[in-house]
Design a protein around this ligand. Structure first.
Ligand code: PMP
Length: 442
C-alpha cells in the first residue's frame, strides 16, 4: 500500500518538508475514537479525521442507516427529483439551525457550500436592482476552502499569494484575535476594536458592499484564533444597519463543536446565509448545505423569461446515502444527549489545560472542543518560533509516537477530538499533548 501510495497519490500539502518527516501510516480500520494501522497499532483520532468525526468511527446507528439506504437507492439527481432522506434531512436541519434560515441548497463539501453562498449573495443584489453591491468584506487569516472563489475570500497568505491573479479582490478587515491583537492593549478593555474596523468599512462603502463572510467564534485554520465574545452579534447588528448580507461559515464550528449546535447559537445570531459541511454526516460521507432566508430564496423566483434562477448544481448534490448518514447524525444528537454531555467534557479539558504551565506555551485557546495551543519561543514578548524549526509538526510527530494523532498549524498544536470522547479519554489525550510539548520544547 505504501508503494502504491508513493507512486500514484498526490496528498494535500505533503510536499512540505515537516510533513514528509512524518512516517507514512496506513489506516486499515477504526473503532470508536481510535484509528488502527496495518500493523495493528491503534491511535486516538485527536483531529476527528480532519474535524469531521463526531460520534466515533463505526457508530452502529450511522452504519445501519447507510446500509438500509443502500438497499433502496444509492444515488439520484436533485435536478427535478428529490429522494426521501434529502427531504427528511432538510426538515430536521431546519428545526435546529437559527430561526431565520428557511431553505437550504445541498452540495458536497465545505468549499462548495461557501462558494454557493458567495455566488448567491452576489447574484441577490443583481436581482434586487443594486448591481453596484459587489464587494465582499473578509477577515485577515480567514479560511473558507480551496476553490478559486473561496480562496478569494480567504486571508491566509500561503494559500492566496500564488493564485492572486486568478482571484477577485475583497476588502480585508483585521482578524479578531485577543492574543495577537494589535488594535488594543487588553482584551477586556478593548471595546471590540476589531468590530469597529468593520463598521468603519461598512459606513464608508456599504453601497458597494454585498456581504461580509466570517468564521464564527473561531478562525480555525488560522490556528484557532478566538474572537472576543459579542463580536458575531455586533457583526449582525452592523450588517443589518448598513443593508449588507452576513454569511456565517459554520463548516468547522457546526454540529456541537463549540458546545452548542452552532456557533451562532452562542450569540443568538441568525445570519442571511449559513454554510455547514464536515460534521453534518457525523464524519462519514461528504455532504454540505448552504442555508438562507426566505428573502434570499424568494428573490431568485421568477418566470423563465426573467432567468431568475441560480446557475449552479453538482452531480452528487443531496446524495441519499449521505443524507441518510445526516439523519442518523441528528438522531444520535437527540438520543445520546450529545450537547448536554459535552459540557462536562469541555470543562474537563479546560481544567486540564489550566495545568499547561510549560515554558513555551504562549496561549491556550478553547471554544468547546476546539483547542489550539500556541507555542512561542518567548512567551513574554510573544516571539514565535522560527517557521523552519517546525516545532508544531515535531510535537505532533512525538504525539503520534505516544499513540495520538493531532495536527499542527504552524506553531499551534490543534486538538479537535471526537465529541464522543469520554472525559478520561480527553484527559489522557491532553496528557500526551503536554508530554509531547515538554519533550520537544524543553
Ligand atoms: N470553511 C471552514 C471554516 C473550514 O474549516 C473548512 C475546512 N477546513 C472549509 C470551509 C472547507 O471545507 P472542505 O474541506 O470540506 O471543502
Amino acid at each position: 500500500i505504501e508503494e502504491k501510495d508513493k507512486e500514484f497519490i498526490w496528498h494535500p500539502f505533503t510536499q512540505m518538508q515537516e510533513w514528509v518527516a512524518q512516517p507514512q501510516m496506513v489506516i486499515e480500520a477504526a473503532e470508536g475514537i481510535k484509528l488502527i494501522d496495518d500493523q495493528g497499532n491503534s491511535y486516538y483520532d485527536g483531529v476527528s479525521s480532519l474535524w469531521v468525526n463526531l460520534h466515533g468511527h463505526r457508530h452502529p446507528v450511522i452504519d445501519q442507516a447507510i446500509i438500509e439506504q443502500l438497499g433502496k437507492v444509492a444515488h439520484t439527481t436533485m435536478l427535478g427529483l428529490v429522494n426521501v432522506p434529502a427531504a427528511q434531512l432538510a426538515e430536521e436541519l431546519m428545526a435546529v439551525v437559527p430561526q431565520g434560515l428557511k431553505k437550504l441548497f445541498y452540495s458536497d463539501d465545505g468549499s462548495t457550500a461557501v462558494e454557493i453562498g458567495i455566488k448567491m449573495a452576489f447574484q441577490y443584489w443583481q436581482l434586487k436592482g443594486k448591481p453596484k453591491k459587489q464587494k465582499f468584506i473578509t477577515l485577515a487569516n480567514a479560511y473558507h476552502g480551496d476553490t478559486v472563489g473561496t480562496v478569494s475570500v480567504g486571508g491566509i497568505d500561503l494559500f492566496h499569494r500564488i493564485f492572486s491573479a486568478l482571484l477577485f479582490e475583497t476588502i480585508q478587515a483585521p482578524a479578531p484575535c485577543c492574543y495577537h491583537c494589535k488594535l488594543s492593549s487588553g482584551a477586556k478593555l478593548c471595546g471590540m476594536a476589531c468590530s469597529k474596523e468593520v463598521e468603519k468599512i461598512l459606513e464608508e462603502g456599504h453601497e458597494e458592499i454585498a456581504a461580509i463572510i466570517v468564521e464564527p467564534l473561531v478562525q480555525a485554520a488560522a490556528g484557532m484564533l478566538t474572537q472576543p465574545p459579542g463580536y458575531l452579534k455586533r457583526l449582525r447588528e452592523i450588517t443589518k444597519k448598513y443593508n449588507v448580507l452576513l454569511l456565517v461559515d459554520e463548516v468547522a464550528t457546526g454540529f456541537g463543536r463549540t458546545g452548542k449546535m452552532f456557533a451562532c447559537d452562542h450569540e443568538e445570531v441568525s445570519p442571511d446565509f449559513m454554510m455547514v459541511a464536515k460534521g453534518i454526516t457525523g464524519g462519514y460521507l461528504p455532504l454540505a448545505a448552504t442555508f438562507m432566508t426566505d428573502e434570499i430564496y424568494n428573490t431568485f423566483l421568477g418566470d423563465y423569461a426573467q432567468q431568475r434562477t441560480f446557475y449552479h448544481g453538482h452531480s452528487y448534490t443531496g446524495n441519499p446515502l449521505c443524507c441518510a448518514a445526516g439523519l442518523a447524525n441528528l438522531k444520535i444528537f437527540r438520543d445520546e444527549n450529545v450537547l448536554e454531555n459535552l459540557q462536562g467534557k469541555i470543562e474537563a479539558a479546560r481544567n486540564k489545560l489550566a495545568g499547561f504551565t510549560l515554558k513555551h506555551v504562549g496561549d491556550i485557546r478553547q471554544r468547546g472542543l476546539i483547542i489550539g495551543i500556541e507555542l512561542v519561543e518567548n512567551p513574554q514578548e510573544k516571539i514565535p518560533f522560527p517557521w523552519e524549526m517546525a516545532v508544531g509538526a515535531k510535537v505532533c510527530k512525538k504525539a503520534r509516537e505516544h499513540g495520538l494523532i493531532i495536527r499542527p498549524i504552524g506553531s499551534v498544536v490543534v486538538f479537535m477530538p471526537p465529541l464522543a470522547s469520554t472525559i478520561t479519554e480527553i484527559e489522557h489525550m491532553l496528557d500526551i499533548i503536554y508530554l509531547s510539548i515538554k519533550e520537544v520544547t524543553e
